[in-house]
Design a protein around this ligand. Sequence first.
Ligand code: COA
Length: 261
Amino acid sequence: MEDLKNILAEEKNGVLFLTINRQDKMNALNFATLEELREIFDEVVDNKAIKAVILTGAGEKAFIAGADIKEISELNEVNARKFAEHGQEIFSMIENCHKPVIAVTNGYTLGGGCELAMACHIRIASANAKFGQPEVNLGIIPGYGGTQRLTILVGRGKANELMMTGDMIGAEEARELGLVNHVLPTKEDAMAKAQEIVEKIMSKAPLAIGMVVDCVNAAYLADENGFQTEANSFARCVKSGDYKEGTSAFLEKRKPVFKGE
Ligand code: COA
């Protein structure tokens, strides 16, 4: 993670703070930034010192105003499929990460930016956040999983409306629709809320948190029986030291000390 050019990464007390940093382009996601995300999430999976991720955009104007339209304008039929699959693959890595990933969105959260936020486990917005999938204005559709994740989060009717009109909605409406979990007055407040939530999650059994991720994601996979995934994951938890620690601590009336083993 030493040669990052488009993303600021700082680890503090087990939380990796990521800031997409292309402010002159409204933090638009170009190929290089997506590759940096891949490199970072490879490290997040492997590095035991990283226990959670909070992802935001630099500045006050935008979380991310979409995939980079300059790059989109140069696509052809052959590489367009690869373009979409490339983004989908990296966003799936994030969605399947066993450590909590929280998006803190401020300002424009559009196109690929909304898709990236939706791939995170939890979304927290500042009051000035604006969400939308405006791809139809460019003659395209969302290609980084947005057609699927938006439908899952807000339902078919609203997903169709948002993607067909390209309209932007405000943070409160996004919360009412289930697109974001919490809305806070400012970006600083939203960051503080994200930190409060990750600290709470980090005090729980890490293996169990990873199993929650697998089971929640299984609910949306047509080729997977989520109930079976749940039963298998439940059994995996019971094999762990953290299960022994959690149950013993309850019976001994003390706080558990989880080791993630
Ligand atoms: N890709 C590439 N560059 C982008 C971008 C994107 N998705 N979104 C914004 N930018 C660039 C602009 O081209 C401009 O660059 P320039 O100063 O070199 O000309 C800079 O960021 C500032 O954007 P600007 O449009 O001047 O700001 P604004 O405040 O007037 O409008 C938006 C902000 C977000 C409403 C507008 O930039 C916009 O509509 N962006 C595209 C949103 C979109 O369609 N996203 C989906 C892409 S698939």
